[in-house]
Ligand binder design. Structure first.
Ligand code: OGA
Ligand code: NI
Length: 369
């Protein structure tokens, strides 16, 4: 938030009051507020759009057609090549013809909307900031003091090693979440093969190091915002995952930082968006990049999106990660040191809005000759 002279105590007070309602941002909107609470206000530099400079070109995210994956042969090779380029230059790409049925995607978006729009009394039961709780409803998670809050609510469902007790999933969206995650797991298998091939490794490499064994589904709800120019739906960040697969509805508002410019990622019906996370950037030794992105707060909505974050199992704390040996050489030495997954998670717990990535923390400092 923007801290004024007595802003510090205001932050804690406002945040506490908001948290105690257990009604999320949607609760504020339902109460009819016309001004957003101060702790949602982001400093102007976070909101400012870097100027479009002189490159007067409309940048567009690459779209990759997965039709060729099934046909195999040259078609698959082409897809792998497109992924290699997109993951290395953009860190993001859109996927069409991925095989996830449209009716399952639509039903999931509807179910997420239904969960967030049910009576507060029901949702409240799941309201929690406890990161060990597998299914929880929250708005901004535990915020570090004076961090600006974002204009969105989240239902999170965490599957360890692909498993989550169905009883733990709210009944309003249980069937849809289960079906959707099944499709995401199938997509994960395909993506692991294609990304391995794009790194020049055998198809089973990423699957064999078990780096994407768990899924966290973030079922996001971005309510209409009365003062969208003062806040953000999701603050600028890179994903801490190996890989994220995102589905968004038709509202738009997602932007990615490319060549120092915020580039819109307009919704395409039925498409999925893949993005490389920080862990993938590390093990690929920067061959693939994890790129910052954000979601604008808007005067229209609600906007619904579902992010599926693939990470190692949380039980794999003692698992070491480092740039993959097979892709290193004298010309391409390791850029990151080896670390345990536990250490990586711990680092993210301590970082706030001022630190947006763990990459510098694990990077090997080289003294140039
Ligand atoms: C995220 C994210 C984008 C969106 O949750 O990490 O980037 O469109 N979400 O909601
Ligand atoms: Ni993200």
């Amino acid at each position: 938030m923007v801290v004024t002279s007595n802003g510090k105590c205001e932050w804690a007070k406002e945040m506490k009051e908001f948290d105690e309602t257990k009604a999320g941002v949607k609760g504020l909107v339902d109460a009819g507020i016309s001004k957003i609470p101060q702790f949602f206000v982001h400093p102007p530099e976070s909101l400012a759009t870097p100027s479009k400079t002189t490159k007067n070109v409309q940048l567009e995210l690459p779209t990759i057609d997965f039709e060729g994956v099934q046909t195999g042969g040259a078609g698959r090779k082409e897809v792998v090549e497109e992924i290699r380029k997109a993951a290395g230059i953009w860190g993001f790409f859109r996927i069409v013809n991925h095989g996830v049925p449209l009716h399952i995607m639509d039903a999931m978006l509807e179910a997420v909307k239904r969960f967030h729009e049910q009576p507060v009394e029901e949702k409240k039961l799941l309201y929690s900031a406890d990161s060990s709780q597998r299914v929880k409803f929250n708005s901004n998670g535990p915020l570090r003091e004076y961090d600006s809050a974002c204009w969105r609510d989240i239902l999170t469902c965490v599957f360890h090693d692909d498993q989550l007790d169905p009883e733990a999933i709210p009944l309003t969206c249980r069937k849809e979440v289960q079906e959707y995650v099944k499709c995401m797991i199938q997509m994960r298998e395909i993506m692991a093969e294609l990304l391995s091939e794009a790194l020049g490794l055998s198809s089973d490499h990423l699957s064999s190091i078990e780096c994407m064994k768990s899924e966290a589904l973030a079922c996001l709800y971005y309510p209409i915002c009365p003062e969208p120019e003062k806040t953000l739906g999701t603050d600028k960040h890179s994903d801490t995952t190996f890989l994220t697969l995102l589905m968004q509805d038709t509202i738009g508002g997602l932007q990615i930082l490319h060549d120092d410019q915020w580039v819109d990622v307009p919704p395409v019906r039925g498409a999925l968006i893949a993005n490389i996370g920080d862990l993938m950037q590390i093990i690929s030794n920067d061959k693939f990049i994890s790129v910052e992105h954000r979601v604008l707060a808007q005067p229209v909505g609600p906007r619904i999106s579902v992010a599926c974050f693939f990470t190692p199992s949380l039980r794999a704390g003692a698992k070491p990660f480092a740039p993959i040996k097979e892709i290193l050489s004298v010309e391409n030495p390791a850029l990151y040191r080896e670390f345990l997954f536990r250490e990586y998670c711990q680092y993210y717990k301590t970082k706030g809005q001022d630190v947006t990535s763990a990459l510098p923390h694990f990077r090997i400092e080289r003294i140039l000759p």
